[in-house]
Design a binder for this molecule. Structure first.
Ligand SMILES: [Zn+2]
Length: 385
């Protein structure tokens, strides 16, 4: 996700409506505290709200995504969009701006973040995160300048819980802000916020995401089966960050197992194939279908690599490496195409209650034929030569 328009944010339709309404009715409160549990999308919402306010061509419900302001918002480089967040002070890192590049990189890859993700981005294992006095002074300084190009300067402070009592130095500017300045604070733990700060902000409560919203997201965007999506949604309990982590784990497992299966087709590994078949037979139908679907989309990506269209490939880094190796040593386009067709047939038969043990053994033998003996099944149409 690179655009930070409301429409890109998962669920939260009622909150979006309310935020848009404040703009339509010209009653945007200049200091707002978005308060929510983790993984509801409060930070993306705050960014989308700021982008909407500053969009030069907004519609009734969303920013345009195309104007000069939106384009700078999209890359988090608008000169009148400021971020503050906890960081890990060191000799080289004295204020939040010193790690702004890392912050932008993280948001560009995914704006649904928590402190653990931010910590990993900074490779700061056990250090104490903090929004310190130097940062407070920097905020006051930055906001005292006139806006460069936007109508409204915005400061988004993520996790104001990490302001210690030095945070009181911000009270004056929050209470009597310079003209056209908007403070959006994004917090998860009301009890840890300075009460002086709480009393000066308007609280916007962001609800947890309903289970079915997360399920839809997981089946739609992560290609999980309905059953698996329901399980992960239940485990994630409204936290989309958690749900994504579970889905990524599932894909990692599928990726690893699938790549290994292809390697079995290449080597003299009959016994491994038999034990793979036993294993796959025990997964249950939903997981089997899911695994086959994963294999099909993985091989489609491999086909892109094999046709030299690397830039179109959408695989996570680790899986991408595996795909490159397979394309270099094991697969060619015709093989990929033949295996995809085998997997599609297998999926069809699993849906119609085929015996999974027989089926996976059969597909395994086809893999050996295709990969090791380079024999493509008869009657298959190939688009590639
Ligand atoms: Zn715009």
């Amino acid at each position: 996700m690179h655009q930070m328009q409301f429409k890109e944010i998962i669920g939260q339709e009622e909150i979006k409506r309310q935020l848009v309404q404040t703009v339509a009715e010209n009653r945007v409160s200049h200091a707002q505290l978005f308060l929510s549990a983790e993984g509801t999308g409060a930070l993306p919402l705050a960014i989308a709200y700021a982008q909407f306010i500053n969009c030069l061509d907004r519609s009734a419900t969303d920013s345009c995504g195309l104007c000069s302001s939106c384009r700078k918002y999209e890359r988090y480089i608008h000169p009148d969009l400021h971020f503050s967040y906890p960081f890990f002070a060191s000799k080289d890192v004295k204020i939040a701006v010193d790690v702004l590049e890392e912050w932008r990189t993280m948001l560009l890859s995914d704006p649904y973040v928590d402190l653990d993700i931010w910590r990993a981005q900074l490779s700061a294992d056990n250090k104490q995160a903090n929004i310190n006095i130097a940062e407070c002074h920097d905020i006051i300084k930055k906001l005292s300048y006139k806006a460069f190009e936007a109508e409204t300067k915005v400061l988004i402070m993520w996790l104001p819980e990490y302001l210690e009592k030095e945070g009181n130095s911000l009270l004056k500017i929050i209470e009597e802000p310079p003209a056209n300045t908007l403070f959006l604070l994004v917090a998860t733990n009301q009890e840890h916020i300075l009460s002086t700060l709480l009393s000066r902000t308007q609280i916007v409560k962001i609800p947890k995401l309903p289970g079915e919203t997360i399920e839809q997201y997981l089946t739609g965007k992560h290609n999980l089966s309905a059953e698996q999506a329901a399980t992960y949604s239940f485990l994630a309990d409204g936290n989309l960050i958690e749900a994504k982590a579970l889905a990524a784990q599932a894909h990692n497992d599928n990726a690893e197992i699938f790549a290994e299966w292809l390697r079995m087709g290449y080597g003299n590994r009959g016994l491994d194939l038999v034990s793979f078949t036993d294993q796959a037979a025990s997964w249950g139908r939903e997981n089997q279908k899911n695994f086959l679907k994963y294999g099909i989309s993985f091989l489609r990506e491999c086909s892109l690599i094999l046709s030299g269209a690397d830039s179109l490939v959408k695989l996570p880094l680790r899986t991408l490496d595996t795909a490159h190796k397979l394309c270099k040593y094991v697969l060619n386009l015709n093989m990929a195409s033949a295996i995809i067709s085998e997997l599609e047939q297998a999926h069809y038969h699993i849906e119609r209650n085929a015996n999974p043990k027989i089926l996976f053994l059969d597909v395994s033998l086809q893999l050996v034929k295709i990969i090791k003996f380079k024999t493509l099944p008869k009657g298959t149409q190939y688009i590639y030569n």
